[in-house]
Design a protein around this ligand. Structure first.
Ligand code: FMN
Ligand code: SF4
Length: 424
């Protein structure tokens, strides 16, 4: 695929013609109802982003089965009665010309037991997740067709709701990633051991989803560039390129390249971590953790923050080195996510041919009008990678909680609202 030089060049993703090359990546919105239904708060969140001109929005992760729910107020695609609510999001985005892709996920072992109503975690094997603490039950082989069906059925629901595509979440140590990674997959049946066996479940998910949605619906994949599991048997970039290549043959139209499991720490949101762990332990998902974990987050906040600042410093395009490997081999668009904030860095990645499109998460949480602002050269709120949005995402609706950036964001939102009211 020839390299683009502008964020505003169109791009084809399978059946989809997308009007530009900067996408909103998945960030769990935690704005659905407690039991996973879409309401006004979630529709407004997406409509604001779509108004900002971003050509393609990937939703925060939607759970495909009740036991795959990882967080508070997470949105669901696990039953047909979710369709009318999901259709409201699709209509709101399409009103402003944005294409909409639902990220489909099952958390497997990465959850705080009891917090979301899930009392038993499942995974490829019974390997404890050290950050959240869950020791999962290994899924029985006869349960795996149910996992495949859950993903494929959720995709069909999104299609019926008017979405333009789905993204299968096989990154970040969630269930599908747990099957791919040798550290979390110790199975000795047809779904564990060799490369082909560890790939089998994800391949079946992709094949069945493609079979059920047909060729006219975009199918994206989010996968890791590296698992970053030191001293563990994790996957590295050459393994992940091989996985993505096989999944493109199974029906994937574009691959977004990220990094890490929960167990890796926070390489996937590299940035600043000053006060982050205390916030996590007192106002974020940490409040649902056991007393020892909660205490450690607060007590060792400074040391953990200083270490994290060294290990995972803010850097534009921090996963671009991995994307480059995928780009050399894949025949479909490669999307790079991680740390992008400026048009110069995004366009230099495109011009170098390291990726075909850029995805941003925190940049859009700070500034829903980021795409418009970059297009017109207008200064907008600048995410400073403080990670407070992430620290609080387990207990409150996702938003920018940096006081300085937030003030700027509210000003921009108020100006946009006034301009809309003035023109109507
Ligand atoms: C608050 C928050 C929620 C996130 N939720 C998801 C999610 O639902 N699915 C996912 O694949 N990644 C999720 N991520 C990771 C982002 O998609 C992205 O990979 C990461 O934030 C790096 O990109 P950025 O520097 O543009 O934010 C989340 C990140 C943040 C900060
Ligand atoms: S809280 Fe705001 S400034 Fe901080 S990382 Fe999140 S979006 Fe960026």
């Amino acid at each position: 695929m020839a390299s683009a030089t502008s964020l505003f060049d169109p791009i084809r993703i399978g059946p989809l013609e997308v009007a530009g090359r900067l996408f909103k990546t998945a960030t769990a919105e935690t704005r659905a109802s407690e039991d996973g239904y879409v309401g006004d708060e979630l529709v407004d969140w997406y409509e604001t982003l779509a108004r900002g001109g971003v050509p393609l929005i990937i939703t925060g992760n939607l759970y495909v089965a009740p036991e795959g729910k990882s967080t508070y107020r997470m949105c669901a695609a696990d039953r047909d009665d979710r369709i009318p609510g999901l259709a409201r999001i699709a209509a709101a985005c399409h009103r402003h010309g944005a294409k909409l892709v639902a990220q489909l996920s099952h958390c497997g072992r990465q959850l705080i037991l009891g917090h979301t109503g899930v009392e038993e975690a499942v995974s490829a094997s019974s390997v404890r997740e050290p950050v959240m603490g869950a020791k999962p039950r290994a899924l029985r082989v006869e349960e795996l067709p149910g996992v495949v069906d859950a993903f494929a059925s959720a995709a069909v629901r999104c299609q019926r709701a008017g979405f333009d595509g789905v993204q299968i979440h096989a990154a970040h140590g969630y269930l599908l990633s747990q099957f791919l990674t040798p550290h979390t997959n110790r199975r000795t049946d047809a779904y564990g051991g060799s490369f082909e066996n560890r790939l089998r479940l994800v391949r079946e998910v992709v094949e069945e989803t493609r079979r059920r949605v047909g060729p006219g619906f975009a199918l994206l994949l989010k996968c890791n560039g590296d698992d970053l599991l030191p001293l563990r048997h994790g996957l590295h970039v050459e393994d992940n390129v091989r996985i993505a290549t096989a999944l493109v043959s199974a029906g994937i139209d574009a691959v977004e390249v990220s990094v890490g499991h929960y167990e890796s720490g926070f390489p996937m949101t590299a940035g600043r971590f000053d006060g982050f762990y205390k916030e996590l332990g007192t106002r974020g998902a940490g409040i649902h953790m056991d007393a020892l974990r909660r205490f450690s987050l607060v007590r060792f906040d400074r040391a953990l923050g200083a270490l994290s600042n060294r290990l995972w410093p803010a850097r534009e395009g921090f996963n671009l080195g991995y994307a480059r490997h995928f780009k050399r081999v894949l025949s479909v668009p490669v999307i790079s996510v991680g740390g992008f904030r400026t048009r110069a860095a995004m366009e230099s990645a495109l011009a170098a041919g390291d990726c075909d499109a850029i995805a941003c998460g925190r940049g859009f949480i700070a500034d829903p009008f980021l795409f418009d602002h970059l297009r017109t050269g207008t200064p907008g709120p600048q995410c400073d990678s403080c990670n407070l949005c992430l620290a609080r995402s387990g207990t409150g609706p996702v938003d920018c909680w940096n006081p300085v950036v937030r003030e700027e964001k509210e000003k921009v939102l108020a100006e946009r609202l006034a301009a809309r009211e003035g023109s109507s």
